[in-house]
Design a protein around this ligand. Structure first.
Ligand code: DC
Length: 213
């Protein structure tokens, strides 16, 4: 059984997906981490990010393992590295590459096959698991989402102006929403939850309520 959650950066997807999986005693998959790990590999190798074939070849060759919140790239723990601002900057080129997306979707389906999972990302309810019995779209206003990301960075001692975080997020939103292949969009059947004014507990409660219904 798959619980699919989509939404933009800072909408609370990852936090909620983890807590929901824990509450239901099932696994969770952050699909953004798969795109992030591939981006780290491409940057390390110095592959031209606009070369779609070369990035797809790298996607086929690379070993990405996800274990709860931990992410391993060819056996190396890259959990912290995948969240670096240079990865944020490079990722739209990887995420807009249909060949690389195909490989990541295969990986995401393979990892979750035959098991119960909460899966979160941008195209989970529309492309990866359109048949999932439970589908949610989390959102929040851009200012609140940027504030959440800023707090996350501050907790890691990365100090950047809130305005810069907001600007970078706006660019990534734009890339996610307007790319040709698997753009971020709400599937018709997904339950829309605006988390701007809600606590984590309230969002969890709302989702659990829908599932129990
Ligand atoms: O969820 P996140 O912010 O860690 O995702 C990082 C990027 O990966 C995001 O800007 C778009 C891309 N992504 C995607 O295209 N499809 C997914 N299913 C998940 C993430």
């Amino acid at each position: 059984m798959i619980i699919a959650i989509d939404g933009p950066a800072g909408s609370g997807k990852t936090t909620i997906a983890k807590l929901l999986a824990k509450a239901l005693n099932i696994s969770y998959l952050d699909t953004g981490a798969t795109y992030r790990a591939l981006t780290v590999k491409a940057l390390e190798r110095g592959v031209d990010l606009s070369n779609q074939e070369a990035i797809a070849a790298l996607a086929r060759e690379v070993d990405i393992q996800l274990d709860g919140s931990k992410v391993y790239l060819d056996g190396k723990d890259v959990t912290a590295q995948i969240r670096k601002p240079e990865v944020d900057r490079a990722i739209p080129q990887i995420a807009s590459n249909p060949l690389a997306r195909g490989e990541m979707v295969k990986l995401q389906r393979r990892v979750t096959a035959g098991r119960d999972f909460v899966v979160e990302g941008r195209d989970i309810t529309t492309v990866v698991f359109p048949q999932a019995p439970y589908k949610f779209y989390l959102d929040a206003n851009p200012k609140e989402r940027a504030k959440r990301r800023w707090k996350e960075l501050e907790a890691k001692d990365v100090r950047i102006d809130l305005a810069c975080v907001q600007e970078a997020m706006k660019k990534r939103d734009q890339a996610d929403l307007t790319r040709t292949h698997s753009p971020l969009k709400k599937s018709e059947e997904a339950v829309y939850i605006d988390t701007t004014e809600l606590s984590i507990e309230e969002v969890l409660c709302a989702i659990k309520g829908h599932i129990e219904q």
